[in-house]
Design a binder for this molecule. Structure first.
Ligand SMILES: Cc1cc2nc3c(=O)[nH]c(=O)nc-3n(C[C@H](O)[C@H](O)[C@H](O)COP(=O)(O)OP(=O)(O)OC[C@H]3O[C@@H](n4cnc5c(N)ncnc54)[C@H](O)[C@@H]3O)c2cc1C
Length: 605
């Protein structure tokens, strides 16, 4: 039976027919792998998702974690699922064999995680955070820190967090105030409050490794004076055994709209509740050099942000499949041309408006999944391409695409979840069906890891202008290569190449125009509109790429993949006819250097 989490055959299409991931096994890093090992680990991820993560998705939502003043309580199935997940070794799927990982390509790892994200966003957040934490330490930690903290995380014994936000410093990390006092023994003592920390306290693992941004007194102000520290919940003895409690305390849990299975915490560091070594202050270990904390964090941000996009795509995808299944079995009404009440009702999937809602979802979620997997493939290129120039190219393209890969799925796969509710009619508005939870879970994604507005500023203010516009030029050149292939392929692909080429011209022109005044306020006032328009152009590109795979296979035909291919072609048509044209008025608005939002005064609201 086909799954309602993700589509196995779509993943096969994207990973093998399009991204040709097996070719990565020609690289030294992945030489131990083969198509068979990739498929086996994907199957394993699907099984764990279906058997262990999906069954308690609703239960964990209904019984959110509680704090009794001493301990955090979560339903038992969360820990059971995470223990199974750790036993499978999937946590270290993308990590080096030297730290106990499977050393799989990032793109394959991302596809594996998508199964878990679709099955249970709340429970899968714990390993995802742990993975982000461990990857950061692998990139910037000392060999000793890697041994002490990363290995137990790969084994699933310790979980990790990312402690950036503070009550007064969310989007503006320049304003964080947590301080880290250097000690004679080379350690630091941290004092401060961190807000919104996911997985910040629980009893699901033996220990929690907090990665904390803090200031060393006397350092430069703003983002240049922020350093990164490892602050464990439980300190370790010289032999590595769990020892005394560190001075990190849970003040309280946040009660969220979605992602309720994941604890979300307000943490105090150095309050004096626990007194390691007889003194207040949370013991912390500096990672890398002082004042490099934000740069180190940002190093991993690409991966984390694409991971948010992948989570949004996965939630959109499962909502789409569930609404499709519902539409196929819910009888209601008759065909437009047949109103005879004596005839049986048809399933709602027969109504063009319901098909519109399903096609819109399909075009959003499959387009988004394609983009995040494409980014995963770029990460593999960045890490393993044989030539330095190829690695640079991949890094630059990934840099430009990252705010889009984070924000587009967060906006449009949430819109897909909204449509999934609509397809369910009144039932979609009840808690008897999963789709309302998917929407609530997905609503987080435009907020965390840099809000939508912050991603827009990043794209227009930094990414398309950096290195004299080299990033934008590379994006345009890469999309052009696809439109050129489409022209050469002829037929429908060539027809779609024309509007995509025209939209791409507008991206280049509008970007120049926005920056032509030399006034950043005018340029950036409508950055969110820019992000949305460029995002739609990028997803249209993803659809043309997929259509080219279908055409290269000789079109839908009548083989075993006929329906898959015909569905891809129809979704590509939908995106080009119904969605890409939305960008026209957006580009017009941007081109006019509109000042409406800039000129609106506070007292006029
Ligand atoms: C469920 C959940 C889990 C989270 N997990 C973590 C975690 O594990 N670790 C962690 O460190 N943080 C975490 N966060 C925090 C999250 O990253 C922040 O909520 C986010 O960065 C926004 O910060 P804020 O909430 O203070 O909002 P604000 O920064 O106050 O933003 C409010 C609004 O103003 C806009 N805005 C702010 N500044 C600007 C600007 N300069 N230009 C234009 N618009 C602007 C924003 O886009 C937003 O719409 C989590 C948050 C939530 C809700």
């Amino acid at each position: 039976m086909s799954s309602t989490l993700l589509s196995r055959r779509d993943l096969r299409f994207l990973l093998h027919d399009w991204l040709d991931v097996t070719r990565l096994t020609e690289r030294h890093r992945y030489a131990e792998h083969s198509r068979e090992t990739f498929d086996a680990v994907l199957e394993l991820a699907e099984r764990v998702a279906v058997e262990r993560f999906a069954p308690h998705n609703r239960a964990a939502d209904l019984a959110e974690p509680t704090f009794d003043g001493r301990r955090v309580h979560t339903i038992a199935q969360v820990k059971e699922a995470l223990d199974v997940f750790a036993e499978t070794g999937l946590l270290g799927a993308g990590m080096d064999a030297s730290v106990g990982g499977m050393q799989l390509p990032h793109v394959v790892r991302a596809a594996c995680f998508a199964w878990l994200q679709a099955a249970n966003a709340g429970t899968s957040a714990y390993p995802l955070l742990t993975l982000g934490n461990a990857n950061l330490l692998l990139a910037h930690g000392s060999p000793e820190q890697i041994d002490t903290w990363v290995r137990p995380m790969v084994q699933g014994r310790f979980f990790g967090t990312m402690c950036l936000s503070e009550p007064q410093a969310g989007s503006s990390l320049a304003d964080i105030t947590t301080r880290a006092e250097p000690q004679d023994d080379g350690t630091y003592r941290l004092h401060g409050t961190k807000m919104w920390i996911s997985g910040g306290d629980h009893e699901l693992s033996e220990n929690i490794v907090h990665l904390v941004l803090a200031r060393i007194p006397g350092g430069p102000p703003g983002v240049k004076g922020i350093s990164l520290f490892i602050v464990p919940k439980v300190l370790l003895g010289d032999d590595g055994a769990l020892g005394a409690r560190n001075d990190v305390v849970l003040v309280g849990l946040n009660h969220k709209m979605g992602y309720r299975g994941t604890t979300n915490t307000l943490l105090n560091f150095g309050e004096g509740v626990h007194r390691p070594g007889g003194r207040p202050g949370a013991v912390g270990y500096l990672v890398g050099e002082p004042h490099q904390g934000l740069a180190q964090m940002f190093h991993m941000m690409n991966e984390a942000r694409v991971g948010v996009g992948a989570g949004a795509a996965a939630l959109g995808y499962t909502g789409y499949l569930k609404s499709l299944a519902y539409a196929r079995q819910r009888p209601q009404g008759r065909p437009l041309a047949d109103k005879d009440p004596a005839t049986p009702q048809v399933p709602i999937v027969a109504h063009p408006d319901v098909r519109r809602m399903l096609l819109a979802q399909k075009s959003y979620v499959e387009g988004a999944l394609a983009l995040v997997l494409y980014c995963g493939r770029l990460l593999d290129e960045e890490k393993t391409a044989p030539e330095a120039a190829e690695r640079d190219r991949a890094r630059l393209l990934l840099d430009v695409l990252t705010p889009i890969a984070k924000s587009w799925p967060s906006q449009w796969c949430l819109a897909a979840n909204d449509l999934a509710i609509q397809v369910h009619g009144g039932s979609g508005y009840t808690r008897d069906y999963d789709v309302e939870q998917h929407w609530r879970d997905n609503r987080l994604n435009p907020i965390h890891e840099g809000t939508h507005g912050i991603q827009a500023l990043d794209l227009l203010g930094r990414k398309v202008t950096m290195r004299d516009g080299a990033g934008l030029a590379l994006l345009v050149e890469t999309v052009r290569a696809t439109t050129t292939r489409a022209w050469q392929a002829g037929g429908e692909a060539a027809e779609l190449a024309a509007p995509l080429g025209a939209a791409l011209d507008r991206v280049a022109l509008v970007t120049r125009r926005l920056w032509s005044t030399g006034d950043p306020e005018v340029a950036l006032a409508n950055a969110s509109v820019y992000l949305e328009a460029v995002g739609h152009v990028v997803i249209a590109w993803m659809w043309l790429e997929q259509l080219l795979v279908v055409e290269a296979a000789g079109g839908p035909g009548d083989g075993p993949d006929a329906d898959l291919y015909a569905g891809k072609r129809q979704a590509a048509r939908y995106f080009f006819r119904h969605e890409l044209p939305r960008t026209g008025p957006q580009f017009d608005l941007l081109d006019s250097l509109d000042r409406t939002t800039l000129e609106m005064r506070d007292d006029w609201f």
